[in-house]
Design a binder for this molecule. Sequence first.
Ligand code: ATP
Ligand code: PAF
Ligand code: BAL
Length: 282
Amino acid sequence: MKVVRTIKEIREALAPCRPSKTVGLVPTMGYFHVGHLSLMAHARKECDLVVTSLFVNPTQFGQGEDFESYPRDEKRDFKLARDAGVDIIFTPGADEMYEDDFGFYVQAPEELTNRLCGASRPGHFQGVATVVTKLFNIIQPQRAYFGQKDLQQLVVIKRMVKDLNQPVEVVGLPIIREADGLALSSRNVYLSPDERHNALALYQTLRFGRELLDKGLRNTEELKTRMKEFLKTQNSGIRLDYLEVLNVENLSTPKTLAGSIALAGAIWLGKTRLIDNIILEV
Ligand SMILES: Nc1ncnc2c1ncn2[C@@H]1O[C@H](COP(=O)(O)OP(=O)(O)OP(=O)(O)O)[C@@H](O)[C@H]1O
Ligand SMILES: CC(C)(CO)[C@@H](O)C(=O)[O-]
Ligand code: BAL
């Protein structure tokens, strides 16, 4: 596996592969877990050449968020990526991606970003859309792989690719969970044992919502209220950011609960913010 840190070098490394080889990109912020590795494994199966980007992108973090403390372990990540069959790791410094006079940003539509994580993290999706566009331009993959755990990010990126005619196929892949159901996340490493225990309440609440749907509940507001009440009964160590019922296609609030529906939530455990969702066909 080749480790590449500059745009010039990655362009040179990929030039001989074009146009005959299929290049797959797995964009990440590192500190790999099995969720990341599952994206790499899918890319490995479907593409001739697998590139993983490892870049903790400063423009998607707000003031006071965890950019500085975000977990990093390059050596461990390189080993895991190599074992997953990655051909090239692209891990630029912030100066390489954002020169001093950098000034262009990609703005995601308001109706996709004024809710959920976008409401709690103003500017976040502008940072994500901008860096993902830069990665697409630098690496020019035919396919790019993203996790369904970051559902709003996946919807924003699919819409960006469509609206801006970016020549890449976006592949969304299922959430990988711990044995007890907690969604894998690099930020799980921040949790104390108590917080780790309490964190499971989010997934349990989403499952409770799914059970209510299975039993025939079809009123969006009632479903949300029942889920919030359930979360409160679970434990007190959690601060709710949001708990929502959504149409998967466009993240709008469904008037009638039919088709592809997502139950999505974000919670705070101390200083750690975790997200999760369940998608189901109603
Ligand atoms: N549990 C998971 N299952 C599948 N894909 C995942 C999982 N967690 C993250 N991903 C995907 O991995 C890619 C890189 O995500 P990132 O590096 O931010 O990891 P993360 O664990 O989501 O980190 P964070 O804790 O910062 O949210 C994204 O497309 C994300 O959706
Ligand atoms: C897509 C991404 C790599 C952009 O920085 C990041 O938001 C992530 O890890 O999900
Ligand atoms: N997985 C999304 C990256 C972030 O939380 O900034």
